[in-house]
Design a protein around this ligand. Structure first.
Ligand SMILES: C[S@@+](CC[C@H](N)C(=O)[O-])C[C@H]1O[C@@H](n2cnc3c(N)ncnc32)[C@H](O)[C@@H]1O
Length: 252
């Protein structure tokens, strides 16, 4: 049975508030060798951006179970999420790693969201992409309000050229939460229109189709580490058509 696509802010929020979805999120979404390399690339790029920009105050929108937050090489920050279960898991995972962090339970679409301070860098992954243009605009506005002048926004954008053909093959059954896919020009224009200037697009999974085909036999044989090594080799050769970009943009 095909599930209807989940795409309104209300549906997305409700979906991630379910206990089983929160519990299984990292295991389900980041088990595959390709997704593990995607995760590792996101972590290393985010840490490289932070090391370069040295933001004093960092805010995360929608941390989920702190998949990325636990890996960050910074001392302290704040994350906002609408799922109490996700926050509970995130707090546990940060505690296990002995990391200081503040988690706030709030709806990022709320116009009443009041933050006590402004931030130098906001990052958000696997959140913005779940929404259509009018809703993305609200999140950009929320980020714009929460940032200091010339502050930075970092998030991932999936490349329509590469991801759409794959989604057509795999179908709605697997990807029932809406994901927006971007063309590069559209992404740059959208950010411009919403008060951000793109500074850099970092490619992730640069040769997705080849990486998927070459790693598949090893994945089937359960040789996940070897499959990951093979996929990582492809990352040494950046391309114009990766699976996704990590977007670094600055408040205008
Ligand atoms: C796909 S998870 C992303 C988790 C993490 N950032 C990652 O990259 O793995 C989406 C997160 O967005 C949160 N979320 C959904 N709607 C929200 C809203 N309106 N306000 C705040 N958080 C929301 C969910 O609770 C969930 O934790």
């Amino acid at each position: 049975m095909t599930m209807p696509t989940i795409f309104t802010p209300h549906e997305v929020r409700k979906y991630y508030q379910q206990e089983n979805v929160a519990q299984q999120y990292v295991k389900r979404r980041f088990h595959d060798p390709l997704n593990q390399v995607e995760h590792q690339r996101q972590v290393s790029l985010l840490n490289a951006i932070i090391a370069q920009l040295k933001p004093q105050k960092v805010l995360e929108f929608a941390p989920g179970p702190a998949r990325l937050t636990t890996e960050l090489q910074i001392f302290g920050g704040t994350s906002i999420d609408a799922s109490e279960k996700m926050i509970e898991i995130a707090r546990q995972r940060m505690k296990q790693k002995n990391k200081q962090w503040t988690f706030l339970h709030a709806d990022l679409f709320s116009s009443n969201l009041k933050l006590k301070q402004k931030f130098d860098l906001i990052f958000t992954f696997r959140f913005l992409l779940h929404f259509q243009e009018p809703q993305r605009r609200k999140i950009y506005q929320q980020a714009h309000r929460a940032l200091n002048d010339k502050g930075y926004l970092v998030f991932e954008a999936m490349n329509k050229e590469v991801v759409l053909p794959l989604r057509k093959i795999l179908g709605k059954k697997r990807y029932f939460v809406y994901d927006h896919l971007y063309q590069k020009r559209q992404l740059i224009n959208e950010l411009n229109e919403n008060g951000f200037q793109v500074i850099k697009l970092y490619p992730v999974l640069s040769h997705f189709r080849i990486q998927a085909v070459l790693s598949r036999p090893f994945k089937i044989l359960g040789m996940h580490t070897f499959a990951q090594r093979l996929i990582k080799k492809g990352e040494h050769f950046p391309s114009d058509q990766p699976y996704e970009w990590i977007v670094l943009c600055q408040k205008k």
